[in-house]
Design a protein around this ligand. Structure first.
Ligand code: N01
Length: 892
């Protein structure tokens, strides 16, 4: 239906008695509500929008404080659903002011004649699901109640200001304002002594302007926040040119990006760049004045690695010191308690310079908490500040507040949403809640929402929901409800995603930590906009996976299950590999496969620095073998780990697991010697096994020369390398040495049988395939030899072997033989620790700095090695282990 026709089409809304009957009711006439109304009408639904405010605009209707602007460039902060609308509006600035944004919403409302279906000045007081009519019944505070088939919350994420939580506010005789509810006719601050409490985005945007108007401003800061200059002005040329050259491509790239803004994925990691290169990147980002740029484009590990992130914090501290003249004030303004980006950074105009003004005072509440507000001002532990005006820029009960605080919502069997969410929000896709049929949330908790360009996320949600409603109607279904299984799976996926980022290290409104008593947990989805979109599409592609659909004249449909079981980064890696359309390795021949592996490894991030890397030759079973040695930066001598790389006894060399060897060396604080053992088909069974044993013996005998600790060594390996490592332990026991203190086996090959369940479940699709394992075995070992314990160690004598740590991965053909081996070792009386890595594939744990969710497993492996060597299991506490400090410990 063309847009013009939509605008002209009359609403099908009818009033029956005092109840307004509609297909869909929407709460909120902001960014999401307006598009919902338009799209639902276009799909032929009757709709009413309920809006508390007097006009459209949502958050932009309420947040009118001085300096309010968007912090995503307006070129990106726009509707894209109608190319004609996109062309019809041109923003005047890179970051539009609140009045201009509000004008934009008015323009959109007029263009599609939206206001006629919006009930302004109206609040929903209660929403109850009625099972018999399969409709939501809404009670309002103004006019008719509403009966609707579907109920959609387009209430925004930051719409419920949180109370001040400071004693004495009511006693204050002056004026009190909240940035989130700023008076529409403005506030005259001339001649007024003003206090601002709060230094989040609202405080940081308003403080410079308030300081220009008021004779004196006192800022009460509890937590300093990172702020960077917006450099507002005309939209930047590079962006504008790309946009105007190919608007469709620009918008599409944004839709599939991580943050909803068309930036590529950065690939260079911080330790690959020199100090000068990092500084250059940082200065460019600082000059760009773009939050998404600085949050994503510095280096690949900035948001996922504590050390990579800390580099940015230091550079920003320098900037603050360069601007703020008073050293103590500069120090107080410099954030030290959270990683950059873990709390939302702010875009500012003259924020830090404002503290050089003689009429501005900063009060550091970490040193002098607020005791109370009195009739004349604010009293801290150390002083009393008399003011005429207090501005609370203290933030919002974010994400859940916007849904729960609005009104009671009662779903199936009288369940209240507040009770269901008592321990934190539970949703499927951030869009729906089990037990609440036909209830939808736009940018709800569990969706990318506030960690993305909201414009892009809102459009995706609205499109997905309205398309589903239309498809439901088409198929004769009247209800749609998430299942408990799907919802629990989403919670697990959310938790997996959150381990990828550093958000867990900050107390923020993202986690609910800003509201005393609120259950804490990361609420937005951290997996990224593009991946989220592909998951939503997958739900539809797999027959509405995780939803129960019912209707009066159709059979119930329920494809129950979890949409994502893989770890999020593993899913991304597999997606990228699928896009590369790689050849089947076994089709390349052994040399071709080796060349392929060499090329493939060039694309992975460089391994992290260790104290020293050396190489040399050692004595194998039948001549010299190359080795690579990784030495920790700490003073030695260190215990030695003899490492065997993966590659099915056919591929790889002493360099091919370089990042993993470096990681083991750094985390364990031990020397790692990676052995270049001989490969099939040139050297078939038992060459690799015998080389493994000989190399271990040689290394143990030459430990002192290698700078290692004399005495028992440790062995480790991945895949076929783990097979060699454990075979070496059996041979060392049977051949009187060398002494081995422990074995680390990562996804080991332990047996030649292919009939275990994991070979069937994971035959294809997870990089190591069943066909590839067949090929490796065929090249390495004749069928007659395969039952030899030097090929299939599971068939050997397992008694009196060194203690073992066995790691297996859920989506690996080798999973079950690894688990069986660990169990058999334990039965034989060997001390064994097992780690079954959920959601991982065969190569996950060695893909250091690509599969970040493998970190906890890598930590455990290193700890196990240290335990085997008789060292304390933990090397040292890293900043990552530190818990964020409690922000709400004391009022103020
Ligand atoms: O709120 P905030 P906001 N005593 O929660 C402090 C979006 N936004 O309105 O950090 C003393 O960030 C609190 O201290 P602490 C944007 O996404 C966008 O500024 O809890 N202080 C903090 O300093 C943003 O992130 C724009 O220790 C108290 C401040 O108040 C989100 O909205 C503009 C306190 C609250 O900061 C929220 O921003 C504005 C107490 N009792 C907002 N309670 C754009 O540019 C709280 N604080 C688009």
């Amino acid at each position: 239906m063309p847009d013009a026709a939509v605008a002209a089409r009359s609403s099908e809304t009818t009033n029956s008695g005092t109840t307004q009957q509609v297909d869909v009711a929407v709460v909120g006439a902001g960014f999401a509500g307006l598009y919902l109304l338009h799209k639902l009408r276009k799909a032929g639904f009757s709709v009413v929008v309920i809006e508390e405010a007097g006009d459209v605009g949502g958050t932009w209707y309420w947040n009118r404080y001085p300096g309010a602007r968007c912090d995503i460039q307006t070129i990106d902060y726009s509707y894209t659903f109608d190319p004609e609308l996109d062309r019809a509006w041109t923003w005047s600035e890179k970051y539009a002011t609140q009045p201009e944004i509000l004008r934009y919403f008015g323009f959109v409302a007029d263009r599609y004649d939206l206001r006629r279906d919006i009930r302004f000045g109206t609040k929903v007081k209660a929403a109850n699901w009625d099972d018999s009519s399969e409709r939501w019944q809404l009670v309002t505070d103004n006019g008719a109640s509403i009966s609707c088939r579907h109920y959609i919350m387009a209430t925004g994420c930051l719409s419920t200001p949180k109370p001040p939580e400071i004693d004495g506010v009511k006693d204050f005789k002056g004026a009190v304002y909240f940035t989130g509810r700023w008076p529409h006719d403005g506030v005259d601050l001339a001649g007024k002594r003003v206090a601002v409490i709060g230094t989040g985005s609202s405080g940081i945007q308003s403080i410079p302007l308030i300081a220009e108007q008021a004779p004196h401003l006192t800022v009460f800061q509890r937590t300093p926040n990172f702020a960077l200059p917006a450099h507002n002005g005309a939209p930047p040329d590079d962006r504008k040119t790309y946009f105007e050259t190919d608007r469709a491509a620009y918008r599409e790239q944004a839709r599939w990006s991580l943050a909803g803004v068309p930036y590529p994925q950065e690939t260079a990691v911080s330790w690959q760049l020199s100090d000068a290169e990092r500084r250059e990147r940082f200065e460019k980002a600082w000059a760009a004045g773009d939050l998404v740029h600085i949050l994503t484009q510095l280096w690949a590990d900035q948001a996922v690695d504590f050390d990579g992130n800390a580099l940015i914090g230091k550079l920003i501290h320098e900037k603050i010191r360069a601007v703020v003249k008073d050293g103590e004030t500069a120090a107080a303004l410099s954030p030290h308690d959270h990683p950059f980006g873990a709390k939302r950074p702010c875009l500012d105009t003259n924020y830090y310079a404002t503290y050089n003004r003689p009429n501005v005072t900063l009060v550091n509440l970490r040193q002098e908490p607020i005791k109370a507000i009195t009739a004349s001002g604010i009293v801290t532990d150390k002083r009393s500040v008399d003011v005429d005006v207090i501005v609370f820029a203290t933030g919002f009960d974010a994400m859940t507040g916007a849904i729960m605080a609005v009104h009671p919502i009662t779903g199936r069997a009288g369940k209240s949403l507040s009770n269901v969410w008592a321990q934190g929000p539970q949703t499927y896709l951030g869009l729906t809640v089990a037990g609440f049929p036909n209830l939808f949330m736009i940018t709800g908790p569990g969706s990318p929402s506030v960690l993305s360009n909201m414009a892009v996320s809102i459009e995706q949600h609205v499109d997905w929901v309205v398309d589903r409603l239309a498809a439901l109607r088409e198929a004769g279904f009247t209800t749609m409800e998430a299942t408990e299984t799907a919802q629990a799976g989403w919670a697990q996926h959310m938790a997996d995603c959150s381990t990828l980022t550093l958000h867990r290290l900050a107390n923020t409104w993202y986690t609910g930590a800003n509201v005393p008593g609120k259950v804490q947990g990361l609420m937005p989805y951290t997996g990224g906009v593009g991946p989220y979109r592909s998951i939503c599409n997958e739900v539809v592609g797999r027959g509405m996976l995780g939803f129960r659909l019912t209707g009066p004249n159709v059979a119930e449909q329920c494809n129950d299950g979890e949409v994502v079981r893989l770890q999020p980064d593993v899913r991304l890696v597999l997606g990228m590999l699928a896009e590369m359309n790689l050849p089947q390795i076994e089709s390349l021949g052994s040399q071709g496969a080796r060349d392929f592996l060499t090329e493939f490894n060039k694309g992975r991030p460089a391994g992290r620095p260790v104290g020293e890397v050396g190489s040399g030759a050692l004595q194998g079973a039948d001549g010299p073998l190359p080795y690579r040695l990784y030495r920790p930066a700490t003073p030695g001598p260190h215990p030695i780990v003899v490492y065997f790389h993966g590659g099915g006894w056919v591929l790889g060399d002493e360099l091919s697991d370089d990042p993993f060897c470096r990681d083991l060396c750094r985390r364990s604080g031990m020397i790692v010697v990676s052995v270049g053992y001989r490969h099939a088909p040139e050297h078939r069974f038992p060459a690799a096994a015998e080389d493994g044993y000989a190399a271990t013996r040689w290394i143990a005998e030459h430990a002192t020369e290698l700078g290692g600790k004399p005495g028992p060594v440790l062995v480790a390996g991945w895949s076929a390398g783990a097979n060699i490592a454990t075979v070496t332990c059996q041979l060392a026991r049977d051949r009187s040495g060398p002494q081995i203190a422990g074995q680390l086996l990562v996804c080991p090959v332990t047996d030649c049988r292919f009939d275990r369940q994991s070979y069937t479940d994971n035959a294809v699709g997870y990089f190591l395939t069943r066909a590839l394992m067949f090929w490796f075995w065929d090249i390495y070992c004749s069928p007659a030899d395969r039952t030899d314990p030097r090929a299939s160690p599971l068939r050997g004598n397992l008694a009196n072997l060194p203690p073992a740590f066995v790691a297996t991965c859920e989506f690996d053909p080798l999973r079950d033989e690894g688990i069986e081996y660990a169990e058999a070792l334990a039965t034989a009386g060997v001390q064994v620790e097992q780690l079954q890595a959920r959601g991982h594939i065969h190569s996950s744990l060695v893909m250091v700095d690509v599969v970040i969710t493998g970190v906890s497993a890598r930590v455990k492996m290193a700890e196990a090695l240290r335990g085997f060597a008789g060292l304390p299991r933990k090397l040292e506490a890293s900043g990552e282990d530190a818990a964020p400090i409690a922000v709400n410990a004391a009022a103020g």
